[in-house]
Design a protein around this ligand. Structure first.
Ligand SMILES: C[S@@+](CC[C@H](N)C(=O)[O-])C[C@H]1O[C@@H](n2cnc3c(N)ncnc32)[C@H](O)[C@@H]1O
Length: 263
């Protein structure tokens, strides 16, 4: 049996507790670091059992954000001080820091080093699922995550806790922009590593990555559409104020969150 299965049962009765996370041995971070240094000789490979694909590092992590047709919409929902979580090689941080006070965080020490090297002014190692251990309440006006890493909150309770932590580290008029894949989109089953899930209106993506002998741990993404995100957000003190679907042929969407009770 070569396929990794990763079905999880809803945890409605469980009190969520932050579990320390790690990306080690971090094939993604190592591959992006080597790519940045011009020293990458191996592909970064996404693997789901026998299925593989080469992860397009240049296209995903180094293309200028100014060319993104949705960047104006994203920017319209963000104010400084801005916290970026899962900032990767810093492409958005490099853009936003010219406009707003920006703190860029990632769990990968290799990627924090890449961001430093590329000129990100304030790059720090932090777990996006333990933000309250790192930042004071109300420290930021906005939070931004791009890359569907918010879907690593792999239960309803963990998503609620993540959103509640975002609410805590932002001001009363705070906003957030998050992204995800809508499991209800007709092309969602084509996503690499897609799995159906017994929970209604939920799907999974499960795969791992390998790079030059480093075998990453299995990534388990819990995919929810805007409606489920809206419900979770409301329980955590947010409203989904706007949803942006870029290319309608893909399940990708971004959601702008604003604090409940504003306006
Ligand atoms: C798909 S990449 C997106 C990178 C960047 N935002 C971009 O759009 O180019 C996902 C990022 O999330 C980071 N990440 C994964 N789990 C994390 C966690 N628990 N806390 C912070 N960052 C995390 C990964 O190291 C990686 O850089």
């Amino acid at each position: 049996m070569s396929h990794v299965t990763c079905h999880h049962v809803s945890e409605r009765l469980t009190i969520p507790v932050a579990v320390p996370r790690t990306v080690e041995p971090d094939p993604l971070g190592r591959a992006i670091r080597d790519h940045h240094r011009g020293e990458r000789t191996h592909p970064l490979v996404d693997r789901d059992g026998g299925a593989t694909r080469e992860h397009p590092i240049e296209r995903f992590y180094f293309e200028p954000v100014a060319d993104d047709p949705d960047i104006g919409w994203v920017e319209s929902w963000l104010s400084g001080p801005l916290l970026e979580v899962g900032a990767g090689a810093g492409r958005h941080a490099l853009y936003f820091q010219e406009r707003l006070e920006t703190v860029a965080t990632d769990l990968s020490r290799h990627l924090v080093a890449v961001m430093d090297d590329r000129g990100v002014a304030d790059a720090r190692r932090a777990d996006m699922f333990s933000l309250r251990a790192v930042f004071d309440d109300g420290r930021f006006r906005s939070v931004f995550a791009r890359g569907t890493q918010a879907c690593l909150a792999d239960s309803p309770a963990e998503l609620r806790r993540f959103l509640a932590d975002l609410a805590a580290v932002t001001t009363r008029d705070g906003t957030a922009v998050l992204d995800g894949f809508d499991p209800g989109h007709e092309r969602a089953p084509e996503l690499f590593g897609h799995r159906p899930d017994p929970e209604a209106d939920v799907a999974r993506r499960c795969y791992h990555q390998t790079y030059e002998g480093a075998v990453g741990k299995t990534l388990s993404f819990r995919l929810v559409g805007p409606d489920r995100l809206r419900a979770a957000a409301e329980e955590a003190g947010w409203q989904v104020a706007d949803v942006r679907r870029g290319d309608p042929r893909t399940p990708h969407y971004q959601a702008a969150l604003a604090k409940s009770g504003i306006g």
